[in-house]
Design a binder for this molecule. Sequence first.
Ligand code: CA
Length: 361
Amino acid sequence: MRIGFIALLSLLLIGCGQQASDSSQSAAEKQQTFEWKLVTTWPKNYPGLGTAPENFARRVEAMSAGRLSIKVFGAGQLVPAFEVFDAVSQGTAEMGHGAAYYWTGKAKATGFFTSVPFGLNAQEMNGWLHYGGGLELWRELYEPFNLVPFAGGSTGVQMAGWFNREINSMQDIKGLKMRIPGLGGDVITRAGGVSVTMPGGELYTSMQTGVIDATEWVGPYNDLAFGFHQVAKYYYYPGWHEPGPILELIVNKQALASLPADLQAIVESAARAVNQDMLDEYTARNNTALVELVETHGVDVRKLPDDVIAELRRLSAEVLEELAEEDELSRRIAESVKAFQKQATAYHGISEEAYYQARKQ
Ligand code: CA
């Protein structure tokens, strides 16, 4: 008892000392203000994807009482969409918002941190990143690029995409020119298709002019905003390639280190808040957008045939196995995701999945 009491007293005293030094430190630090730039891969204020970084900047500004103000730039305003990674790495901008799988040219394993085909859903991705060791691996991967990543939003399970060709068998994927980045794109290539990566802002015209035959983007809420129903015949599900994609907020390492501890904590907390907020928004808005696509615009919504799904799943496993062979870090990431997914599948089988079934009956 006595030892416990003394230990507690010591902790309290240490706590007070810490507090005293913190407040004297913050007096000087509170004079200091920071003005940051945040570049994104999305059109300025694009619903959800583009409004999330604005929401992040607003929260940071409010929480820091204006000590850290962040100006958000849409794709092409300061740098083109696909130069966000380099711009933040080199310090042209302090922060960026986009998706890790746009950077597979920098490191193949970035694909793991957006979405793995037939992998984790949004809930599971968040669990893996924040409580399953995922974020530490992501930071290790980005370290050589001078970047610190944070989860920066999730769209939930996506749609397989918009197609101007019916998909009745794997034969229909042969020669299909589809915009599909990351590991999903590797699977389409392996299936005999041609995968293309291009920013969202270019997709409508590319579909309209036949530069591509198909595109995945997000789901009803975002796809309606781009008007893909005007340039595509079929809307296929499920989003086998992106079951729970996580977006990223990346911060230049020196810029983050230059902030006082309280502002660093604000950046972290605002990122965490925006990450959840986006998923909440998509959960609500995808439902209403789907109704509008079907009832107002008469969109032909179709399920990919079961045998096509099975074959894509087989090819995905091959792609993942090869990726794990790339290097030692890729192997550790692959093993971490695989172990997490095994346990999540087992438990979610008797919780989430069992509940969805039960709700239908
Ligand atoms: Ca997508």
